[in-house]
Design a protein around this ligand. Structure first.
Ligand SMILES: Nc1ncnc2c1ncn2[C@@H]1O[C@H](COP(=O)(O)OP(=O)(O)OP(=O)(O)O)[C@@H](O)[C@H]1O
Ligand SMILES: [Mg+2]
Length: 142
């Protein structure tokens, strides 16, 4: 999947782009998704998971910052939403290092909120509102 310049995307197009990214993704991989509330970060994560063919695993409600999936070739996928971290220090308990060491795919919403605990991102995308309803702009950060 080549570098993504600024793209204006409908919800369908964002879903398709995420699915393609997921199909081509080789674990281990760490992907960051930044952008204001409601710009489509979770939508994009779910599309990547579909592309990976990943099945959701049960999530303990007390730890809903992290959702786990498993791919058909038995890789773990972690979807981590850092929005509700009260401080970067809380991200230490998420154990990003262990996820990366285990060869997982790690998809992180609001990676900047984890501060210095954010693992090195292989890809970093930013979503923003487009100038028309139901369009979003997706840009790769590097
Ligand atoms: N072009 C688009 N791309 C993505 N989502 C869109 C688009 N147009 C409309 N939407 C809608 O915007 C919403 C995006 O919600 P989503 O939960 O994915 O955002 P988010 O960035 O994860 O928000 P949060 O910061 O609260 O976690 C969905 O309801 C989706 O249907
Ligand atoms: Mg979200």
């Amino acid at each position: 999947m080549p570098y993504a310049p600024l793209m204006r995307l409908s919800a369908d197009a964002l879903n398709r782009f995420g699915e393609t990214l997921g199909r081509e993704l080789a674990a281990p991989a760490v992907i960051g998704l930044s952008g204001e509330l409601g710009t489509g970060k979770t939508t994009f994560v779910q599309a990547i998971c579909r592309g990976l063919g990943a099945q959701g695993l049960a999530t303990s409600p007390s730890y809903a910052l992290v959702h786990q999936y498993r791919t058909p070739d038995d890789r773990l996928v972690y979807h981590v939403d850092c929005y509700r971290l009260r401080s970067p220090a809380e991200a230490r308990d998420l154990a990003f290092d262990d996820m990366v060491r285990d060869g997982a795919v790690v998809l992180i919403e609001w990676p900047e909120r984890a501060g210095a605990w954010t693992p090195r991102l292989d890809r970093h995308f930013r979503l923003s509102y487009g100038d028309e309803a139901d369009t979003r702009e997706l840009e790769e950060v590097r």
